[in-house]
Ligand binder design. Structure first.
Ligand code: DUC
Ligand code: ZN
Ligand code: ZN
Length: 470
């Protein structure tokens, strides 16, 4: 079946122009100047034509940091692969890269196989997996090589969460040396977890046990110190490094210094750090702030974190926006930490809202239209070895396509979102534009306010190496 999307403005990472996109089956076969559909018509015409007048036609979003059903603090993230990928589709994201997790003492291969089995047959959109290495030992290091060959070309390590996920510096260095050898990309949760735990225990001891203290004890200095340490270890290990969920100016400074020296250091941030802060969200009366407990934490508005993050997005010191989607309901999940913020499961639900929230940055003059596409689709695809299959509208690419109405303001609410969470962290936020039509490998999965996708249609994508490695 052929499908022609005509009348729209195609936006790529390099600019925008009126163009028509021709799809055959699951693949884009042509991006044509307006009027070329006359030639197609002469040859028998497309089976279906979608009118994209006054719409942006963009590559489907690529969110390279999600945690469906992630085990954390004695519970599991509330979106499954089924519910989370459906919500992603509603929000214009057509590929996610989630995580398999090797816990202490567990076998990497068994953990990976179990996670892949959990995802298979459940996803509405295509997906890849990174591997969290929670226990860097000889056999885990060897398994990294095999995983890279099988399309799992990135690995996350943690400098936080002692006793759960934390790797010490020696383990981190060994994993980096391994990645340097096999071409994998090392992703780092950069926070000094041992120091955080000292401040957290002291806070609770003196009675400061509410959600806002999660933000106070996870100090920006701890993010910046860990980011610096990770960069130095990556230099010695001769490995590329990707810092996840960066939120503090001081950490961004470390990334910028490394990049200015020519190092292969990259970083992502997330919409929550661009729009929310410690005072207005985490420090709400009662237990409301628990909705915003995630790590790294929201930062204080009295410093320049948000302005600096936007600058970083413009200068490319931040090259990706992902969500770190890791939702927990208030009822029975966040509530676990009613008396002690340390027991609040860390995580923020937002896989559905990334494209809209970052488009808002375009209307606010923070970034260009092309940069919106670059940050949300093209660079994440390139970073994680999905390009040019994903992240771009060009002949040969998967027909993952979003029609975006830039003039359709609407207000986000728990009553209209599709994520499996009993509240919306974005409640009451009015965004300027709306995802209207979504294609995943040529299938229309969202159209006219209807969800037409199916669980199981999303495929596991074996990824190549990052395009950014030299
Ligand atoms: N941060 C979160 O907020 N949740 C899950 C893991 C993480 O690193
Ligand atoms: Zn993390
Ligand atoms: Zn995460």
């Amino acid at each position: 079946m052929t499908l022609l999307i005509k009348g729209g403005t195609v936006v790529s990472s390099t600019g925008a122009s009126l163009a028509e996109v021709l799809v055959d089956g699951e693949t884009i076969v042509a991006v044509l100047s307006p009027g070329c559909d006359a030639a197609i018509a002469a040859e028998g015409g497309a089976t279906r034509v979608i009118d994209a007048t006054d719409r942006y036609v963009i590559p489907g979003g690529v969110d390279v940091h999600t945690h469906m059903s992630f085990p954390f603090g004695g519970t599991f993230a509330s979106d499954t692969f089924e519910t989370g990928t459906r919500a992603a589709a509603w929000g214009g994201t057509t590929t996610i890269v989630d995580f398999a997790t090797q816990a202490y003492g567990k076998n990497v291969r068994e953990c990976f196989d179990a996670r892949l089995a959990e995802a298979q047959g459940e996803c509405a959109i295509d997906y890849g997996l990174h591997m969290i290495i929670g226990d860097v030992q000889d056999d885990a290091l060897k398994e990294m090589d095999r995983l890279v060959d099988e399309g799992v070309s990135s690995f996350k390590l943690f400098m936080a969460y002692p006793g759960v996920f934390l790797s010490d510096d020696g383990q981190i260095l060994r994993a980096m040396q391994q990645a340097a050898g096999n071409g994998g990309l090392l992703m780092m949760h950069a926070e000094n977890g041992l120091a955080i735990d000292v401040l957290a225990a002291q806070a609770v001891e003196r009675g400061d046990s509410g959600p806002v203290h999660h933000g106070y004890v996870r100090r920006a200095e701890f993010e910046s110190e860990a980011t610096h340490r990770a960069i130095q270890l990556a230099k010695v290990g001769a490995a590329p490094l990707y810092i996840v969920h960066l939120s503090a100016s001081e950490a961004l400074e470390q990334v910028a210094i490394a990049r200015n020296k020519g190092m292969n250091v990259f970083a992502e941030t997330c919409p929550q750090y661009l729009y929310f802060n410690l005072e207005d969200q985490l420090d709400q009366p009662g237990f409301e702030g628990a909705k915003y407990v995630c790590s790294t934490p929201l930062r204080t508005k009295h410093e320049h974190h948000q302005a600096d993050l936007w600058t970083g997005l413009r200068t490319n010191d931040l090259s990706v926006v992902s969500t770190d989607h890791c939702p927990f309901c208030m009822k029975e999940q966040k509530e676990m930490g009613l008396d002690d913020f340390r027991a609040i499961p860390n995580g923020f639900g937002g896989v559905e809202h990334r494209i809209d929230m970052i488009y808002q940055g375009v209307t606010q003059g923070e970034i260009s239209l092309a940069r919106w596409v670059e940050l949300c689709a093209t660079t994440p695809a390139r970073m994680m070895g999905l390009y040019p299959r994903k992240g771009v509208l060009q002949p040969g690419s998967d027909a993952d396509i979003v029609l975006y109405n830039p003039n359709h303001p609407w207000t986000i609410s728990v009553d209209n979102h599709h994520m499996n969470i009993d509240y919306s962290a974005y409640e009451g936020v009015t965004v300027p534009g709306k995802v209207e039509t979504v294609l995943s490998r040529g299938r229309v999965i969202v159209e006219g306010g209807q969800y037409l996708g199916r669980k199981g249609d999303g495929q596991f994508i074996r990824r190549g190496l990052s395009s950014y490695l030299i």
